[in-house]
Design a protein around this ligand. Structure first.
Ligand SMILES: Nc1ncnc2c1ncn2[C@@H]1O[C@H](COP(=O)(O)OP(=O)(O)OP(=O)(O)O)[C@@H](O)[C@H]1O
Ligand SMILES: [Mg+2]
Length: 481
């Protein structure tokens, strides 16, 4: 099909009319003419036209019939009929079906006809533009949608690698386990002291699993009274207790096909433990006050910082439930057993909190870092995170955070001897000793590199190299801060 930009088709059985119309339009348009409907339809099969001008009274196929068929071939072409009003009224239905844009009554004025055709061409062009815009919009939409899913998958990757800090060997072992269990429906039990990242890891497991686009719900089992917790988790039926005015769906039903994270699982009552056993064993829940059980498909991740084995031994925790939960335990080691992670965590949190309040902070001083690596962190990563949030808030713009604003408890611990034996590998332990001795020498010499090098028994160049390697800034020690 030829794709002429400005083609109009004229159909009339009278040759002299065709000739005069051609003369009127040929300067502005590429004019095709046909002397009957069939010839007109043939031309439409081969040429794209913007406007069709047709006579109504023609032997064989009349104008309305022709325009109706034309509509089936090129619906975009704008249709104009040249006719007497009497003819229109006689066949108004057929005229509607042919979707005629305008009628021109005979005899027509050439100028009037020119105007009509011009506005029909404009109409065609507008419709075409509209169509193109719609297309473009749709394309844009598709691109946006794709970007959206890309972002989503980037987000899960971020959870996988970026946000969860842990290059130390013990954390790498944790990640290995996580990767193994991630895409299974297996129940996972996360064990670890407070603040070690159990909840964060539970999220990471869910958002990297094949359930990632399903619901992830969290329930802290230690925070609310037992009866309420039962109804939260398993739902209740109307009238189960005072105030149960209608049936309520529990979290297990809401999380169907998704994941539920049960925090502080060790704090649950015997009654609730029985309900949990039913879910884990049969994949069923029974709403409070109900008699019917319901099937659910929920991946359970549980966590506790309690010693469940002792709880089992002392009769506080059902042994059968313990075994159901303990299918795939993952122990997150306390921060004091993976001090290699501290510098990364510090950098991560400094960035996080300084960006949050839009304050430029260049980092923390070597002294602050050694305070942290010497600390015990009973509150683990959460404690470190809170301390850094506090220091970033206190720190002046464009500075490196020094020990002048560190909490006292870290300073005190800093003075106690550091135990290098906590490291399992030689390299980080040696680095630690080197860093500590360099920091000590710089502190004692108020940041004088020459004197510190003498004290350490190394050359000035040698000390410089080490300072660079460990990113220690001698100037930080000038005021002994
Ligand atoms: N490896 C890590 N990398 C980055 N942030 C971490 C890491 N571990 C923990 N965090 C942060 O520390 C805080 C505490 O983590 P989380 O709430 O997951 O700990 P938890 O083990 O569930 O603690 P609790 O037992 O007290 O509930 C959170 O703000 C979390 O984002
Ligand atoms: Mg938690």
């Amino acid at each position: 099909m030829t794709n002429d930009n400005n083609t109009i088709l004229i159909v009339d059985d009278q040759q002299e009319i065709l000739n005069s119309l051609r003369r009127i339009f040929q300067r502005e348009y590429n004019v095709l003419t046909a002397s009957d409907g069939n010839e007109g339809l043939q031309l439409l099969q081969q040429n794209q036209v913007k406007v069709i001008l047709s006579d109504q009274r023609m032997p064989g196929m009349d104008g309305v019939t022709f325009l109706k068929k034309a509509n089936e071939i090129q619906s975009q072409a704008v249709r104009i009929m040249i006719t007497g009003y009497a003819d229109i009224e006689a066949s108004i239905n057929a005229v509607n079906e042919a979707k005629i844009y305008q009628y021109v009554s005979k005899p027509f004025e050439p100028d009037e006809l020119k105007l009509v055709v011009k506005s029909a061409v404009d109409r065609f062009n507008l419709a075409k533009k509209n169509e193109e815009l719609k297309h473009k919009l749709q394309e844009q939409n598709e691109i946006l949608q794709k970007e959206n899913t890309d972002l989503k998958s980037q987000f899960s990757q971020q959870l996988d690698l970026g946000n969860f800090i842990g290059y130390s060997a013990p954390m790498q072992r944790v990640f290995k386990l996580v990767k193994k269990v991630m895409n299974t429906p297996t129940t996972v039990l996360l064990l670890g002291e407070t603040g070690t990242g159990k909840e964060m890891l539970a999220k990471m497991i869910h958002y990297n699993s094949n359930r990632s686009n399903k619901v992830f719900v969290v329930q802290n089992c230690g925070a609310i009274p037992d009866t309420l917790l039962q109804s939260e988790l398993f739902g209740h039926v109307k009238g189960a207790f005072t105030g149960a005015l209608k049936d309520k769906k529990g979290l297990f039903e809401q999380a169907d096909t998704g994941t539920i994270f049960l925090d502080e699982i060790g704090d649950t009552s015997q009654a609730l433990q029985l309900g949990l056993l039913r879910v884990l064993q049969e994949g069923e829940i029974k709403p409070v006050g109900g008699t019917q059980t319901k099937k659910v498909d929920v991946r359970v991740i549980a966590a506790t910082n309690r010693d469940l084995i002792t709880d089992v031994a002392e009769g506080r925790f059902r042994e059968d439930l313990y075994y159901r939960l303990n299918v795939f335990p993952i122990v997150i080691p306390p921060l004091r057993q993976r001090k290699e992670d501290i510098p990364d965590l510090v950098n991560f949190f400094v960035k996080k909190y300084s960006q949050r309040i839009n304050k430029n902070i260049t980092g923390v001083s070597q002294n602050v870092l050694s305070c942290f690596t010497n600390a015990n962190f009973p509150g683990n990563v959460r404690e470190l995170e809170n301390e850094i949030e506090r220091m970033v808030t206190l720190a002046d713009e464009n500075t490196t955070i020094g020990t002048d604003i560190i909490s006292d408890r870290f300073l005190k611990e800093h003075k106690e001897t550091d135990n290098v034996m906590e490291y399992s590998q030689l390299k980080p332990a040696i680095e630690k000793v080197e860093k500590a001795l360099i920091s000590k020498a710089l502190m004692q010499t108020s940041g004088n590199i020459l004197k510190a090098a003498e004290q350490l028994g190394v050359s000035r160049v040698g000390l410089h190299k080490m300072l660079n390697r460990y990113e220690i800034n001698a100037a930080d020690f000038k005021n002994n801060n």
